[in-house]
Write a protein that binds this ligand. Structure first.
Ligand SMILES: Cc1ncc(COP(=O)(O)O)c(C=O)c1O
Length: 410
């Protein structure tokens, strides 16, 4: 028997329901001939390499071997304390290191939340469309989903759910900024239902049109006294305010939830890298992340505007969108339901431009009428070229579908 036809056990069932779309995007990101408007990556040329070099030297000088150990599963103690102090200052709440777990990016926090809260068939009430990484992280646990309704969420459904999941600041994929009254209303319902609320906030620093207002965590703080013990499980990260490569993120939650997550984390990786947490600590302590974010935001604003003005000229016969007040994405919805963005994607690849079709952000897989377009990774010139290619892809796609002609009037 040759090795190639040897029988082996099958992979677990959940893998069959998974998709390789994230890997595909990362691959396109590396191809020079493709304009990738698909990924969710910051601009690499803006990474503060020198500052990270200097912080690395200082972190090793200050912490020595402690920065190179396995370390505590909960994370590098000085950084846990610093995050607790920042959250206290931002929300007016009472947070200590016991409320903080450091993770390998907020992606790991999502995975740990799945491990700790989801049994097969459990219900999640999720903001829809939903961040693909969260759907991926929870897929092995086979949850059921209901869409979160910011205006009229049914409390009974929340009471059946293990948690609600939301990205209120410049959501991925839609770029939506959820208004304050809706945040407060959702929190009221979460409290009435007696469930958890996962507030995922990776885009906080990407404020293109001014500050986003209070987090749902801050609303929860206003309703409690004493050490924080509320239902909001808040996720932060340095991936957008510094660089994704440090893989430093954090969970801020009730101490009891932090203990459960730490137990889950121990079996995942013993601990995240003390080394990169020590480097991040040095930079956050100096508030470098805040200064850096201020310096890069104008670049991203220009790129967003290049995308939206280019698209207004070339794509607006077929798509509509709102200009996002922050984040990294423009969510373009087709005006004509006969346009299927899974199909359009294939024509786009022929034209050497990539976007993300909406189906991957839909837990039912049925929304095929929109696309997520990234504006942070490429220069305005490259973005404009990407829009031209997208325009050509739409023209070819539409002319191959007789039911789509004639063009809708503007
Ligand atoms: C909504 C959301 N959550 C979490 C993450 C993961 O971020 P991190 O790099 O901190 O793992 C991302 C990444 O883009 C995201 O968009």
């Amino acid at each position: 028997m040759t090795t190639s036809n040897r029988r082996r056990p099958e992979t677990a069932q959940w893998l069959k329901a998974s998709n390789s779309i994230t890997q595909q995007f990362l691959a396109f990101g590396g191809r020079a001939d493709v304009v990738s408007l698909a990924g969710g990556l910051p601009a690499a040329e803006l990474y503060p390499i020198e500052a990270i070099q200097e912080a690395t030297g200082r972190a090793l000088e200050t912490h020595g071997a402690a920065a190179l150990e396995y370390g505590a599963v909960e994370g590098f103690p000085p950084l846990r304390r610093l995050i607790a102090e920042r959250m206290a200052a931002e929300t007016g709440g009472s947070f200590t290191a016991a409320n903080v777990l450091l993770t390998s990016g907020s992606m790991q926090a999502l995975d740990l939340i799945g491990k700790v809260l989801i049994d097969p068939g459990d219900l999640i009430v999720a903001q829809a469309p939903t961040y693909l990484g969260a759907l991926d992280a929870w897929r092995p646990r086979r949850p059921a989903y209901l869409p979160l309704d910011w205006q009229a969420q049914d409390v009974e459904a929340l009471a059946r759910a293990k948690f609600a999941y939301a990205v209120p600041n410049y959501s991925n994929p839609t770029g939506v900024l959820v208004p304050q009254d809706r945040r407060a209303a959702l929190l009221d319902k979460v409290l009435a239902a007696g469930t958890w609320l996962v507030e995922d906030d990776p885009y906080l620093s990407m404020q293109l049109d001014g500050p986003p207002g209070r987090s749902i965590l801050a609303h929860a703080v206003a309703r409690t006294r004493g050490p924080y013990d509320g239902p909001v499980i808040y996720l932060g990260t340095v991936s957008k305010s510094l660089v994704p490569g440090l893989r430093v993120g954090w969970v801020v939650a009730a101490a009891e939830m932090i203990q459960s997550l730490a137990l889950a984390k121990q079996a995942t990786d013993l601990s995240s890298s003390m080394f990169t947490q020590a480097v991040a600590h040095d930079l956050l302590e100096r508030e470098f992340d805040r200064r850096h974010s201020e310096s890069i935001v104008p670049v991203y604003r220009e790129r967003r505007d290049a995308l939206c003005s280019g698209a207004a000229l070339r794509l607006s016969d077929w798509f509509e969108w709102e200009v996002p007040p922050g984040g990294m994405f423009v969510w373009m919805r087709s005006k004509n339901r006969a346009i299927d963005t899974d199909e359009l994607y294939k024509f786009a690849i022929e034209e050497k431009v990539a976007f993300v079709p909406s189906s991957v952000f839909d837990f039912t897989g049925e929304d095929r009428f929109a696309m997520r377009v990234n504006f942070t990774r490429s220069s305005p010139e490259v973005i404009r070229e990407g829009v031209r290619r997208l325009g050509r892809a739409i023209d070819t796609y539409v002319s191959s579908r007789p039911q789509l002609a004639p063009r809708p009037s503007r």
